[in-house]
Design a protein around this ligand. Structure first.
Ligand code: SF4
Length: 259
């Protein structure tokens, strides 16, 4: 159902291959989606799926995981759902380090509703509602996830599709909150307003501006302007929410003489 050249289907293909390679059963897997172009992904799935309200996908997913920690819970969101309308939930899911995998399609605008600017539209770039340039700075989703406490953070693009699958697979296997941000072509809206009307234009932009993490880190800050790192950015093993909750529950029971 997506526009020609959209990156969402590429992400979904990588996710389904990861499910298959990890041997996930449909009965044990829940995919939670928000609103927008990315939110339509669940129409293609035969796992459990929950299509939620705008910006609240992580809140629903948190409830599912808290109720049944054995389930694999994956959350698919756009940049609107994750860090614009849903920014507060994103911050707290990462801080809580709850065992969810969040895959965020960042197309730098609200694509489904006509291309309004979002919280990740880069400063100076254009959209339907900032035709003279965005005066605000775009949020760096990966940096936000890292400082808030996520155990795993990576950035991928449809140009680097095999690496994307590797990152998604690693994120699914990681305990705690894991985030894969996918910089995704939206030729219909974001591309049209930024001189990238065709799919190859958008893919070339991702190819030319995406640097390996190693190369990005060796550059001085001024030389990073306009570029972004692609690959694994954070991989740590801090206790997740359920582990810490169980520890505290044990302490509480001991203090009450119940164990
Ligand atoms: S509007 Fe943009 S994000 Fe939405 S389906 Fe079309 S290309 Fe994809």
């Amino acid at each position: 159902m997506w526009c020609s050249g959209c990156g969402i289907g590429v992400m979904l293909g990588a996710l389904l291959r990861s499910f298959e390679e990890l041997g996930y059963e449909r009965e044990d897997t829940v995919v939670v989606t928000g609103i927008g172009c990315t939110g339509k992904s669940d129409d293609y799935l035969i796992t459990h799926a929950l299509h939620t309200t705008h910006g609240r996908a992580l809140a629903y997913a948190t409830g599912i995981k808290a109720f049944n920690p054995r389930l694999h819970v994956v959350v698919l969101m756009g940049d609107g759902d994750s860090v614009t309308i849903g920014g507060n939930h994103f911050l707290h899911a990462a801080r809580r380090n709850i065992d969810l995998t969040a895959i965020i399609i960042n197309n730098f605008n609200f694509g489904m509703t006509g291309g309004q600017f979002s919280g990740t539209t880069p400063g100076g770039m254009f959209s339907q509602t900032c035709i003279y340039g965005n005066p605000e700075r775009g949020i760096d989703i990966c940096a936000l996830a890292e400082v808030a406490g996520a155990n795993y953070v990576a950035r991928a693009t449809p140009y680097h599709v095999w690496e994307m699958k590797t990152n998604i697979k690693e994120a699914l296997g990681k305990k705690g909150f894991s985030v894969v941000e996918v910089y995704s072509p939206c030729p219909t809206n974001f591309g049209r307003h930024n001189n990238m009307k065709s799919t190859p234009d958008m893919l070339h932009w991702l190819r030319d501006k995406g640097l390996s993490v190693e190369e990005y880190n060796t550059r001085k800050p001024a030389e990073r302007e306009g570029y972004f790192a692609v690959g694994k950015l954070v991989d740590r093993d801090e206790p997740d929410f359920n582990e810490r909750y169980d520890q505290i529950r044990t302490i509480a029971r001991k203090s009450q003489g119940r164990c």
